[in-house]
Design a protein around this ligand. Structure first.
Ligand code: ATP
Ligand code: MG
Length: 402
C-alpha cells in the first residue's frame, strides 16, 4: 500500500479488521471514532464491530481479554495496541427503560447500527475509509445536528440515558438537538429517573466539561432533564447561574462539583446529602468539602496561611479555576506559588518528630506530645519559628518555661 489517508489510530487497527475478514467475517470501525474523524476532532478509543461471535473473535486472535463478553465485547491485544472488538448485536427486550435485558448477537451491520443512539454515532467505516451511513448521519454532521436513530420516543423508552447523552453531545460538539428529538426528550424526561446514578453521572460530567457547555446546559434545563437528577429538582434558577460563567471548559470533575455546590448554595448536611445522592467517592467528597469551604472563606477574606495549608495543590488550583470562571480574574499562578512557598506542607515536614521531642525532654509520651506537635506546626506556618531542629527545640524549651 502506497499511502493511506486514514489517521494513525485507524491504521494501527487495520490489521484487526483484515484478520477478521481473512477468517471470513465482516468488520468495521464504528461509533464515536468515525464521527470524530469526520469532524476532524481528536480520536480516542477506536471501536471495531464485527459479524464474528465473541468465541469466533477469540479464535482469530492469539491474545484477547474478556472485558464484556456477555455484551459481545472482547479486547484484542495486538502489537499495535488494544482494541475493543464487539459483535454486531441488537438489544431486544427493554423492560425498565434502562438497558436491554439481553443482547442478541446478529450477523448484520445494519441491525447493529439501528440500535445506536444518534445518527452521527451510527456510522461505520470500512478498512479503506468508505463510510457506511444508513441514517443520513453525514448530513446531520454537516448540519451540526443531533437526531435520534429512528423514532425518538421509542429509543428513549428503550434506554432513557440516551436523552442525557443528547445534551452531552450538544455540549461536546456544539450541535443542536433536532426538533423532534428534543420534543421527545422534553416530553419523556421523567424516564431518566429509571437510569442508574452511575450512568447518569458519567454523561452529566461529560456534559459539564464540554467545550460548548452552555449549549448542553440550556438543553438540560429546558428539557427538564435537570429535574430528574439528584439535588437538581426545583433548582433551575440557581443552576442557571452556571450559564454566566466565563467561556472555556471546566477543567476537572472536582471543579464541576465545586461550581455546582456553590451554585446550589449547599452547606453542612445538605452538602453531604447531595454528595451522597450522586454516590461520589470518599476522596471526591473530601475534596469537594475542602474546595467549597475555601470558596466560602474567600467570599469575605483573602487567602491566609492556614487556609492554604489545609488544601492540596490540586484543590488550590481548582478553587482558583472556579474563581476565574466566576469572575474572569485568574490568580492561580500566584496562589499556587504561595502554597508552594509554605514552610511545610504537612506535619511530616517538621524538622523534628515525636520521638525527637521525647528523647530531648526525657518525658513519658502522652496527650501533651500531640499538642506540642500541633503548636510547632502552627508556629512554623505563622513564621514564629524556623523549621530547624535546634530552633524548634529551643522554642519548646521556651514554651515550657512560660
Ligand atoms: P466518546 O467520544 O465520549 O467515547 P462515543 O460516541 O464513543 O463518545 P461511547 O459511550 O463510547 O460514546 O459509545 C460508543 C458508541 O456506542 C456510540 O457512538 C454509540 O454508537 C453507541 N452507544 C453508546 N451508548 C449508547 C446508548 N445508550 N444507546 C445507543 N447507543 C449507544
Ligand atoms: Mg467512545
Amino acid at each position: 500500500m502506497l499511502s493511506n489517508p486514514l489517521p494513525e489510530e485507524f491504521i494501527k487497527g487495520l490489521h484487526i479488521i483484515e484478520e477478521l475478514e481473512a477468517a471470513g467475517f465482516e468488520a468495521y470501525f464504528v461509533g464515536g471514532s468515525v464521527r470524530d474523524y469526520l469532524l476532524n476532532r481528536p480520536i480516542h478509543d477506536v471501536d471495531i464491530a464485527t459479524s464474528a461471535y465473541p468465541e469466533e473473535v477469540k479464535q482469530v486472535f492469539s491474545q484477547t481479554i474478556d472485558v464484556g463478553i456477555e455484551h459481545g465485547t472482547v479486547l484484542v491485544i495486538s502489537d499495535y495496541g488494544q482494541y475493543e472488538v464487539t459483535t454486531f448485536r441488537t438489544e431486544s427486550t427493554y423492560q425498565d427503560f434502562r438497558r436491554p435485558d439481553e443482547v442478541t448477537f446478529v450477523r448484520s451491520l445494519a441491525e447493529d447500527l439501528k440500535r445506536r443512539d444518534f445518527t452521527i454515532n451510527a456510522l461505520a467505516m470500512t478498512k479503506t475509509g468508505a463510510i457506511i451511513d444508513y441514517f443520513d448521519g453525514q448530513i446531520d454532521l454537516e448540519n451540526k445536528q443531533l437526531r435520534a436513530v429512528g423514532e425518538p420516543t421509542e429509543r428513549f423508552y428503550e434506554d432513557a440515558l440516551r436523552m442525557l447523552r443528547g445534551v452531552r453531545f450538544a455540549s461536546q460538539l456544539g450541535f443542536e438537538i433536532e426538533a423532534k428529538t428534543f420534543e421527545a426528550i422534553k416530553k419523556h424526561h421523567p424516564l431518566l429517573a429509571h437510569v442508574s446514578i452511575e450512568r447518569t453521572h458519567i454523561e452529566w460530567i461529560k456534559m459539564m466539561m464540554g467545550d460548548y457547555r452552555n449549549k448542553g446546559l440550556v438543553s438540560f434545563l429546558d428539557s427538564n432533564l435537570s429535574e430528574m437528577c439528584p439535588g437538581f429538582a426545583n433548582q433551575k434558577q440557581r443552576l442557571m447561574s452556571l450559564l454566566t460563567l466565563e467561556a472555556g471548559p471546566i477543567e476537572s470533575e472536582l471543579a464541576v462539583w465545586g461550581l455546582v455546590v456553590d451554585a446550589l448554595e449547599l452547606k453542612g448536611q445538605s452538602r453531604l446529602n447531595f454528595i451522597k445522592s450522586w454516590k461520589l467517592s470518599n476522596q471526591l467528597k473530601l475534596q469537594i468539602i475542602n474546595v467549597t469551604e475555601a470558596l466560602t472563606f474567600l467570599k469575605t477574606s483573602d487567602w491566609d496561611t492556614m487556609t492554604l495549608y489545609g488544601l492540596s495543590p490540586f484543590e488550590v488550583a481548582t478553587v482558583e479555576h472556579i474563581r476565574y470562571l466566576k469572575t474572569g480574574v485568574d490568580c492561580s499562578r500566584d496562589t499556587l506559588k504561595r502554597h508552594d512557598n509554605l514552610p511545610i506542607h504537612s506535619k511530616a515536614d517538621l524538622a523534628i518528630n515525636g520521638r525527637d521531642i521525647l528523647n530531648y525532654l526525657h518525658k513519658e509520651p502522652g496527650k501533651w506530645l500531640g499538642e506540642t506537635l500541633n503548636e510547632l506546626e502552627e508556629a512554623v506556618l505563622c513564621g514564629k519559628v524556623a523549621n530547624d531542629k535546634v530552633a524548634l527545640m529551643t522554642y519548646i524549651e521556651k514554651e515550657k518555661r512560660n
